[in-house]
Design a protein around this ligand. Structure first.
Ligand code: PLP
Length: 424
């Protein structure tokens, strides 16, 4: 812990909060963040030499685990040829062909450098295509840090959004409508009032940025129907779910066609990549053939494309998603058994490669935070916030899961005392 603490001291002087993305700072769980030196398979090593089983997976990209040989080899091959050209290069075409094959609703795709850029561009495109202004989003979803999406619900269901972040102007926030996830009736009501001016619904078809919330039956099909009725664009933000819950993402799992889809995380194989794509008639509104401007100095970067393509090719192998689902189910089973053996009430949720868990009667996340730190001591790195999902990779094999089980059992045995103290 010593080297991590020293680095954090230095970082605090020159980086706001010591981190380049807020959740890394451990504000929600307390304590000092850990600095990592290396990763391999399901493991990460911190700068003090302690090893952890990684259930964050860099928040999604590392579905193959750290340092997968095929990904590293692809990057090395491309490295010999140059880092960036600022001109078309072959791997961008390979990537676009691959993505349009894997997700049939995507007829054309544009590469960007982050998920935030993907959602920002998709929204501009939806506005340009429909000539309408408002965007409808859901409170449980995260779509990156664009101004128009850092908005929370105002008071009352039919009021417009309020900025959820200082620095976002009230004017921008007003164009965003925010509703509770899974509440189709509220969406219908809002469309009845504002439908003529709603350019798009943007939704995580599986809400994986607020623990893990699955869509209720009829919710996504209901959104599809409303978008059809009112000529609004349905944007699926599959930055997490894309290539994770199925090769074709949530839209394959639930058999729904989005008009536009945002991708990120896995598609870059660990390098900074995002993408947005969808219906040809909408995508052809983009410059240089259409009036909606969108660009990027490093968009389609060949090194990033090589990592992403290598990752997607591994996911193409038979049995991959079955393996991922089984490993994920084992993780939630381990959590449930460990909790139950110590009379701790827990709720869990999972899909292939994604899990969520929460403790009952844990309003301030005291139990979660304690559990998080115990797991850290026992060499398991969970997301440092009760509001994040857990990520499982294909490198989480039987040995890793057995090691996880041992740690979970020990942590719950120790946690029991805390839970009793809290509930007294
Ligand atoms: C991570 C994430 C984003 C933002 O992606 P960045 O690459 O961090 O900008 C957008 N949408 C969803 C669903 C995400 O999980």
């Amino acid at each position: 812990m010593k080297k991590s603490a020293n680095l954090m001291d230095r970082a605090n002087q020159v980086i706001p909060g010591g981190v380049n993305s807020p959740v890394r700072a451990f504000k929600s769980v307390g304590g000092n963040p850990i600095f990592f030196a290396s990763g391999n398979g399901a493991y990460m090593c911190d700068v003090d030499g302690k090893r952890y089983i990684d259930y964050v997976g860099s928040w999604g990209p590392l579905i193959l685990g750290h340092n997968h040989t095929a990904v590293i080899a692809a990057i090395q091959t491309q490295l010999q040829k140059g880092l960036t050209f600022g001109a078309p290069s072959p791997l961008e075409v390979d990537m676009a062909e691959l993505v349009t094959q894997l997700m049939p609703s995507i007829e054309m795709v544009r590469m960007v450098s982050s998920g935030t850029e993907a959602t920002m561009s998709a929204i501009r495109l939806a506005r340009g295509f429909t000539g309408k202004n408002k965007i409808l989003k859901f409170d449980a979803c995260y779509h990156g840090h664009n101004d128009s999406l850092l908005v929370k619900a105002g008071s009352g269901i039919l009021t417009l959004g309020l900025a959820s972040c200082v620095g976002v102007s009230a004017t921008v926030a007003q164009e965003t409508l925010v509703l509770p996830y899974n509440d189709l009736a509220a969406v219908q009501q809002v469309f009845a009032q504002y439908g003529d001016d709603i350019a798009a619904i943007i939704v995580e078809p599986i809400a994986a940025n607020n623990n893990l919330i699955l869509p209720q039956a009829g919710f996504l099909t209901g959104l599809r129907a409303l978008c059809d009725k009112y000529n609004s664009v349905l944007i699926f933000d599959e930055v997490i779910s894309g290539f994770r819950v199925a090769l074709g993402g949530a839209q394959e799992l639930y058999n729904i066609k989005a008009d536009l889809t945002c991708l990120g995380k896995i598609i870059g194989g660990g390098l900074p990549v995002g993408a947005f794509g969808g219906r040809k008639d909408i995508m052809e509104m983009l410059a240089p053939i259409g009036p909606v401007y969108q660009a990027g100095t490093l968009s389609g970067n060949p090194i990033a494309m090589s990592a992403g393509i290598a990752t997607l090719k591994q996911l193409h192998k038979p049995g991959v998603y079955q393996q991922l689902l089984q490993a994920t189910q084992r993780v939630t089973q381990i959590l449930k058994q460990g909790a139950e053996q110590n009379n701790i009430e827990i709720e869990t949720n999972e899909l292939s490669g994604l899990f969520g868990f929460s403790f009952k009667n844990d309003p301030n996340n005291k139990i979660f935070n304690q559990f998080f730190h115990l797991m850290l001591q026992h060499g398991v790195y969970l997301a440092p916030s009760a509001f994040e999902a857990g990520f499982v990779s294909l490198a989480h094999d039987a040995d890793v899961l057995e090691e996880t089980e041992l740690a979970v059992k020990q942590c719950f045995a120790e946690l029991q005392h805390t839970v009793r103290a809290i509930s007294v």
